[in-house]
Design a protein around this ligand. Structure first.
Ligand code: SIN
Ligand code: CO
Length: 406
């Protein structure tokens, strides 16, 4: 996976650092020919086929005059309007999980932490199609992949939504700027920026989206984490008994909550303590958790340990596009699961997390230093989280090894 912090066309000749300082989460940026000569890696038919899968989230937005309709997939080809019809759009979420070329494209944006990355949504729109003026709570790079689209944008003024429509469309929208994007052009929008994209002829747009969780969502999920993990957390040992009231006197007002009960619980809850460790443990698990419709594909006939080690030494390993591997200091989080590893294993796993792959040579060197790495990689392979072969599509030799083992 190529990751460069040098200036490139992707950010209009700007280095990622300058982009992050001047634009990220602050103001929009139009980049003409961010990807010169770009052609959509996924055909219209391939996208329609994805929208027919039940492990893929898709939506269909159709418009006739001022009436909007929203339907949720999966869609058979016959469920989609004819190509000759105007003003409809199909939106397919998480295409990076299913199309290796789209996953690789997303890799170009890894100057932004994976912790913020959400997915690549691909839309196909017939002439005049779009989802109406709206705003998102996401940072998004809108890459024009095929055909032309007119984008009109505005800083948010009035964020009230139209009533009686099945999707969120701004009641008042007045464009401050507008552009027609051609294939390879890209528009970056920070969260909350109003935008309206209308297809000029049929077009496809790739939205590389970065989630910014609501603070309330973070708090709620952290509190769930505390609740779920309380017995193992350091404060948990203070909660191993049962409420006791040997000093409770007889009462004349039986409905009143006893003061002693409130005070006892208050004193006990004051022992609930957390620090950086608990917060990073929560974030690592939560952010690496696969979305509800993600299913892994464990190998039907897994290689033996020995054959897997031989395949890894020959061609390396790579993470499945569906896997999320994050780390914080000496702790790793893969697909929602935490893992603590000894010092010797850390360098290999950090490399795998940052590059999403390790070469055959590196696998050999890492395995010589520490054999626990082989066990970890094998377990992840057996779970469908990791694949042999550092590059997509295992080389012929690896296929031969796999065949022999079958
Ligand atoms: C689209 O691709 O039609 C919608 C993308 C967006 O507005 O976020
Ligand atoms: Co949007």
């Amino acid at each position: 996976m190529t990751r460069t912090l040098q200036p490139s066309t992707l950010l209009g000749g700007m280095a990622p650092d300058a982009f992050m300082k001047r634009y990220w989460h602050k103001r929009p940026l139009l980049i003409r020919q961010a990807l010169p000569g770009f052609t959509a890696p996924l055909s219209r038919e391939a996208l329609f086929a994805l929208a027919g899968q039940d492990d893929v989230e898709s939506r269909l937005v159709t418009r006739s005059r001022k009436c909007w309709q929203l339907d949720h997939g999966p869609f058979d080809r016959d469920d989609l309007p004819p190509l000759t019809r105007r003003q409809w759009t199909l939106l397919v979420q998480g295409v990076n999980l299913h199309a290796p070329a789209v996953h690789d494209l997303m890799g170009q944006f890894r100057f932004i932490p994976d912790a913020r990355l959400d997915d690549v949504m691909v839309s196909y729109a017939a002439d005049g199609g779009g989802v109406g003026p709206h705003l998102d709570s996401y940072d998004v790079f809108l890459l024009q992949a095929h055909g032309q689209r007119r984008w009109r944008i505005s800083a948010p003024h009035d964020t009230s939504w139209q009533e009686g429509v099945p999707l969120r469309i701004l009641k008042h929208f007045e464009a401050e700027e507008e552009w027609v994007l051609e294939p390879g052009d890209m528009l970056y929008l920070p969260p909350g920026y109003a935008h309206d994209g209308e297809a000029i002829g049929e077009c496809m747009t790739y939205s590389i989206g970065f989630r910014a969780p609501l603070e309330q969502e973070l708090l709620q999920n952290f509190l769930y984490y505390l609740a779920e993990n309380a017995p193992e957390l350091p404060f948990g040992r203070h909660f191993d008994g049962r409420y006791a009231d040997p000093k409770q006197p007889a009462v004349q007002k039986p409905a009143a909550l006893p003061d002693a009960m409130v005070d006892t619980l208050l004193a006990q809850l004051e022992r609930v303590k957390w620090g950086r460790r608990e917060v990073s443990d929560f974030l690592g698990r939560w952010l690496s958790e696969p979305k509800s419709h993600v299913y892994f594909d464990p190998p039907e006939k897994p290689l033996t340990h020995a054959r897997f080690a031989a395949a890894a030494a020959l061609g390396g390993v790579r993470l499945s596009p569906k896997s999320q591997l994050l780390y914080e200091r000496n702790r790793f989080f893969i697909n929602g699961e935490p893992l603590e590893v000894p010092v010797n294993t850390r360098a290999a796993l950090r490399k795998l997390a940052d590059d999403r792959a390790i070469s055959g040579g590196e696998c050999t060197v890492f395995a010589q230093k520490d054999h626990q790495i082989q066990e970890i990689l094998y377990d992840w392979y057996a779970a469908g989280w990791l694949l042999p072969g550092a590059d997509p599509g295992p080389p012929r030799k690896l296929r031969a090894i796999a065949k022999k083992a079958a």
